[in-house]
Structures are given as structure tokens and as C-alpha cells.
Design a protein around this ligand. Structure first.
Ligand SMILES: C[S@@+](CC[C@H](N)C(=O)[O-])C[C@H]1O[C@@H](n2cnc3c(N)ncnc32)[C@H](O)[C@@H]1O
Length: 276
């Protein structure tokens, strides 16, 4: 009986998986290439370099990934649903001698594993970029840069935001207005951290309490039984820094999963462990 139920459940699950596979691919936007000058700006604002692995979601004719490899020395791939564009991009990679560093795949961007990326680029419809927010937070490493042409991730604070007028855009969107948004994926820092302080600051282990909404972080540090508010808290990827209200100490640190290690005033070590 149990076995029958289990077999039934397994069939139902595989049926669901099959149904998900058979669902039509969501069209995330028509093929309109980013003007080459916008491509260059997107890559410059994201500070793309030879250590980067870039993924372009909806790669069109491949120009963003190809430029990232050719001009900025990066590696990466593009995913695209249109066969002819995938073929054209792979041919261009071969012709330009870049095929060992970039590739293009016929693949649904919503089902693409992005965990390898250090940079994500996209020029997609506004609702699509917002549908991707949870996937970005689930899959991307802290510090990964996300560059979006024209449409923002609502609720996220861009690190950089540039608006310009480009004649090239009139035939694409009907207006000259062009926007580029740069975001940096923040580490997860919310929670209570058990912290080891320099002896000059506290005799007992301290507690660092942090609240977080994406890149916005606030909190306090409990030092020898007294709560001190944090000021000027900044989180960029895995880099955290803050000051203590009414004191001169400036803390900086690197978040590595459940630990933070850093320096007070650039010289004395401090550390923290989540929970603990
Ligand atoms: C506006 S174009 C951008 C092309 C290129 N990234 C650029 O900026 O020049 C968007 C591309 O996304 C592709 N696309 C749409 N939905 C997709 C999906 N679900 N998965 C992969 N590609 C998709 C379209 O075919 C189109 O080529």
C-alpha cells in the first residue's frame, strides 16, 4: 500500500516536472540589440576585466559577451531562445578567435544556472528583470555585478545609475532616453553575530545585531552590556563597514558565509560568527 502511494506520488511529481518542461518558454523581450556604445558603457560601469565570468541573459547576436571577451578579456556565455541568433553568435565567436572563452546556447534564461557569473548583463522587458530578482539572490555570489539596460530592479538600490540621450535608441524604443543600472549582490548579514572585539573596546564577547533589506543595513553592537548604535553602515557585496555612534572606531570586514573577519581602524583585528 505504502509502496503504491509512493509510486503514485513519484509519478505525479515526474508528471509535474514534465508539465513544467512542456510549458511555453516565457518571452522575456523581442530581439533589439543594445547599441554598441551602450554595450561598452555597460561593461565599463561593471568594471569588467580578465577575471570576470559574464552571462548575458537573452544574448541576441552575442555582442555583449563577444565585446566583454574581445575588449575586456572576460570569459562567459550567452543564452538565447532564437536558433538563428545562437548560431550567428557562435560563428562570430569562432571567426573572432574567441570560441575558447565564450559560447552561446539555445536555452531559456529563466532556467539557466547563473551561479558561475561574476557579472550578469541584460536588456529585457521591465516585468522580466523583476521576475528574476529572487533567482539572482538565490544563485549569485555576493559581489556579483548586475547591469541592466533601460529597466531597473524595483526596490533595489543601484550602485550606479546613468541616464543619457542616444539617437540610436529612437528606432529601438521610440525615444532617445537610455538608462544603465548597476547593482551589486549583497551578502546576507541579517541576524545576531557573536563578536570578538579588540580588548581596548570590550572586555567581554560582544553581540552585533544586524537588520538588512538588500543593501540597506542597520543595527547595534552590544559592548560590555551597553548597546551602541551603528552609523554609516555600508555593504557592498561581501564588504561590510560601519562606525560606532559617539566613538571614533571604524570597522571594516569581509563576510564569508557565517563569519566576518576584519579590522578596526585599519589595524586591530575583530571577528564575528553568526549565532554563536
Ligand atoms: C532586447 S534583446 C537583447 C539582446 C542583447 N542582450 C543585447 O543587449 O544586445 C532580448 C533577447 O532576449 C531573447 N529572449 C527572450 N526571451 C528569452 C528567454 N526566455 N530565454 C532566453 N532568451 C530570451 C530574445 O530572443 C532577444 O534576442
Amino acid at each position: 500500500m505504502i509502496r503504491t502511494c509512493f509510486a503514485g506520488a513519484a509519478l505525479a511529481v515526474s508528471g509535474l516536472a514534465l508539465a513544467a518542461d512542456l510549458q511555453p518558454i516565457k518571452d522575456a523581450g523581442p530581439y533589439v540589440p543594445s547599441p554598441q556604445s551602450v554595450v561598452a558603457d555597460m561593461l565599463r560601469y561593471a568594471d569588467v576585466g580578465p577575471n570576470d565570468y559574464l552571462i548575458d541573459l537573452g544574448s541576441g547576436d552575442g555582442r555583449i559577451v563577444l565585446t566583454a571577451a574581445k575588449v575586456f578579456g572576460a570569459r562567459g556565455f550567452g543564452v538565447e531562445i532564437k536558433d538563428d541568433l545562437v548560431k550567428k553568435s557562435n560563428e562570430a565567436a569562432k571567426n573572432e578567435g574567441l570560441a575558447d572563452r565564450v559560447k552561446f546556447m539555445k536555452q531559456d534564461l529563466f532556467k539557466t544556472d547563473m551561479s558561475q557569473a561574476t557579472v550578469i548583463t541584460m536588456y529585457l522587458l521591465p516585468d522580466t528583470v523583476n521576475l528574476l530578482k529572487d533567482k539572482f539572490l538565490a544563485e549569485l555570489k555576493p559581489g556579483t555585478r548586475i547591469v541592466s539596460h533601460d529597466y531597473p530592479l524595483t526596490g533595489w538600490i543601484p550602485e550606479k545609475y546613468v541616464q543619457m540621450d542616444l539617437e540610436d535608441k529612437v528606432q529601438i524604443s521610440g525615444v532617445t532616453t537610455t538608462l544603465i543600472y548597476l547593482y551589486v549582490v549583497p551578502a546576507n548579514v541579517a541576524g545576531r553575530w557573536s563578536a570578538q572585539m579588540p580588548p581596548a573596546l570590550a572586555k567581554q564577547p560582544a553581540t552585533l545585531s544586524l537588520k538588512q533589506q538588500l543593501t540597506r543595513v542597520s543595527g547595534s553592537l552590544r559592548l560590555d552590556g551597553k548597546d551602541v548604535a551603528l552609523e554609516d553602515v555600508k555593504l557592498r557585496g561581501d564588504q561590510l563597514s560601519f562606525r560606532l555612534a559617539g566613538r571614533k572606531a571604524t570597522f571594516s570586514g569581509v563576510v564569508k558565509g557565517k563569519s566576518i573577519e576584519g579590522l578596526v581602524d585599519g589595524k586591530t583585528p575583530w571577528s564575528a560568527t553568526l549565532g554563536g
